[in-house]
Ligand binder design. Structure first.
Ligand SMILES: *Cc1c(COP(=O)(O)O)cnc(C)c1O
Length: 400
C-alpha cells in the first residue's frame, strides 16, 4: 500500500500530484512558510499552545457520537458521527485556521489574508485574527458578497475588512487572484491563510497536519467505545480538508475502508456537479496538480453543488494520489439526496447538519443498509447546518 512513505520522496508531491506552480514573486514567501512549518510542527511549546487553544477556545475534543436512531433507521451497521459541528464557529475549518494563525503570530506577521466563497472559511479566519489580535483582510467575489450577506456581516463584526472583488466572474476564482496578488506585495507583513487541503506546497501538507486532529481523536474514541478500529470511514470532499483530516491517521490500517463523497449536484451526467475526481482529469489549477474539471484550454469549468463549501473545480493532491493508489474510493451524492438527508438527520437525531456534511451522511446511510450490525462506520459531521436553513427553506418553497 502506498501512503505516507512514498509521499516523502519528493517534497510537496503526492505521487505526481501537488507541487508548486506559482509566479516567481510567490516562490520566496512560500518557501519561507514551508521552512517555518517544518520547524514548528514538531516544536513542543508550539504544540502545547495549539492544544490549549483547541481545548479552551474551539472546544476539543468533540464527541464521537453513536447515532442510535439513524442506525435503527438504516437497519444495518452502527453509525458514529464525529461532531465537528460542535466546534466554535460551527465546523472543522477552525482547526486549521487556529493552527495557521498561531504560525503567523510566531512568524511575527501582523495581518491575515484569506479568500472565501461561501464565507465559512472567512468567518473562521476573522475569528482567529480577533483571537490573536491580528489585522484581517478577506477577499470575496462581489456576487458572493451579495449571496452571503450574513457571513459578510459576521466577518465585519469580528473586526475583519471584507474586500468585494469586482473583476472577472466576481466569484471565488477572482477573489483568489486578488488575495494572492495582495499577498505577493505584502508577504513581509502578511500571512496567507488557506482554508482547504489544496493550493501550492506547503498548504496541502500543512492543512492536513492541522486537520488530522479529527482522525486522531476519532481513532482513540472508537477504540474506547467499541474496542476496535472502525470498518468504514466516510467524509464529504470539497477541497478535501475535513476528509483527509479524518482519514490520514487510518491510512495504514488496511482493515479500514475509506470513502470520500463528492457532490454530484444535479447528476454526474449533467454539467451541474462538482465531482472533480469522479468526472475530472489530472491538470493544474490554482498552483498545484490534481484531478480537476477543466475545458480544453485548461480553464476551470463552472461547477455546481447545493452545498456552497463543495463547489470547487479541483481537489486536494493527496486525494488525487490516494484515488490512483486505490486506497480511497470516491463516490458521489446528488443535491436531492443531500437535501433529504438534511431533513432526515434533523428529525431522527435532533442535529441539523451542514449541507456539505449531509452528503457524507447520505452515503453512509446507503452503506449501512448493506452491512450487518457488527460493522461500524464513522462519518465526519464536518459542520452544523444553521448557515443553510434559509437556503433549504427557499428550495422547498420553489418545489411547492
Ligand atoms: C468548507 C466546508 C467543507 C468542504 O471543505 P473541505 O476542505 O473539503 O473539508 C465541508 N463541510 C463544511 C461544513 C464546510 O464548511
Amino acid at each position: 500500500m502506498a501512503t505516507k512513505k512514498e509521499e516523502m520522496l519528493r517534497e510537496g508531491y503526492f505521487g505526481d500530484y501537488g507541487g508548486r506552480f506559482v509566479p516567481p514573486p510567490l516562490e520566496k514567501p512560500l518557501q519561507e512558510l514551508t521552512d517555518a512549518f517544518i520547524r514548528l510542527k514538531d516544536d513542543y511549546s508550539f504544540n502545547e499552545e495549539l492544544s490549549f487553544h483547541l481545548k479552551n477556545f474551539v472546544g476539543r475534543p468533540n464527541p464521537l457520537y453513536f447515532a442510535e436512531r439513524l442506525t435503527d433507521y438504516a437497519g444495518g451497521a452502527k453509525i458514529f458521527l464525529k461532531r465537528e459541528d460542535l466546534n466554535h464557529t460551527g465546523s472543522h475549518k477552525i482547526n486549521n485556521a487556529m493552527g495557521q494563525a498561531l504560525l503567523a503570530r510566531d512568524l511575527g506577521k501582523k495581518r491575515l489574508i484569506a479568500e472565501t466563497g461561501a464565507g465559512q472559511h472567512g468567518v473562521a479566519t476573522a475569528t482567529v485574527a480577533s483571537f490573536f489580535d491580528l489585522d484581517c483582510t478577506i477577499f470575496m467575489g462581489a456576487e458572493d458578497v451579495i449571496r452571503q450577506e450574513m457571513n459578510v456581516f459576521r466577518m465585519e463584526l469580528l473586526g475583519a475588512e471584507v474586500v468585494s472583488v469586482e473583476s472577472g466572474t466576481r466569484t471565488l476564482k477572482d477573489a483568489v487572484d486578488r488575495a494572492l496578488e495582495t499577498y505577493a506585495k505584502d508577504f513581509e507583513n502578511s500571512f496567507y491563510l488557506l482554508g482547504s487541503a489544496v493550493g501550492p506546497h506547503p498548504y496541502p501538507t500543512m492543512v492536513r497536519h492541522f486537520q488530522s486532529i479529527i482522525g486522531k481523536e476519532a481513532r482513540e474514541q472508537i477504540i474506547e467505545t467499541t474496542g476496535k478500529l472502525p470498518d468504514y470511514l466516510v467524509a464529504c470532499v470539497g477541497g478535501g480538508s475535513n476528509a483527509i483530516g479524518l482519514f490520514h491517521p487510518f491510512l495504514e490500517d488496511e482493515g479500514v475502508s475509506i470513502i470520500g463523497v463528492e457532490p454530484a449536484g444535479e447528476g454526474l451526467d449533467t454539467a451541474r456537479h462538482a465531482a472533480s475526481i469522479s468526472r475530472g482529469a489530472p491538470g493544474i489549477i490554482h498552483g498545484f496538480k490534481c484531478y480537476t474539471l477543466q475545458d480544453e484550454k485548461g480553464e476551470p469549468l463552472p461547477v455546481h453543488s447545493i452545498a456552497p463549501g463543495l463547489d470547487y473545480p479541483g481537489v486536494g493532491p493527496e486525494h488525487s494520489y490516494l484515488r490512483d493508489c486505490g486506497r480511497i474510493n470516491y463516490e458521489s451524492i446528488t443535491d436531492r439526496e443531500a437535501l433529504e438527508t438534511f431533513q432526515l438527520l434533523s428529525r431522527e437525531e435532533g442535529i441539523i447538519p451542514a449541507l456539505e456534511s449531509a452528503h457524507a451522511i447520505a452515503y453512509a446511510l446507503k452503506l449501512a443498509k448493506e452491512l450487518s450490525p457488527e460493522k461500524t462506520i464513522i462519518v465526519n459531521l464536518s459542520g452544523r447546518g444553521d448557515k443553510d436553513v434559509a437556503q433549504v427553506a427557499r428550495y422547498h418553497r420553489e418545489e411547492l
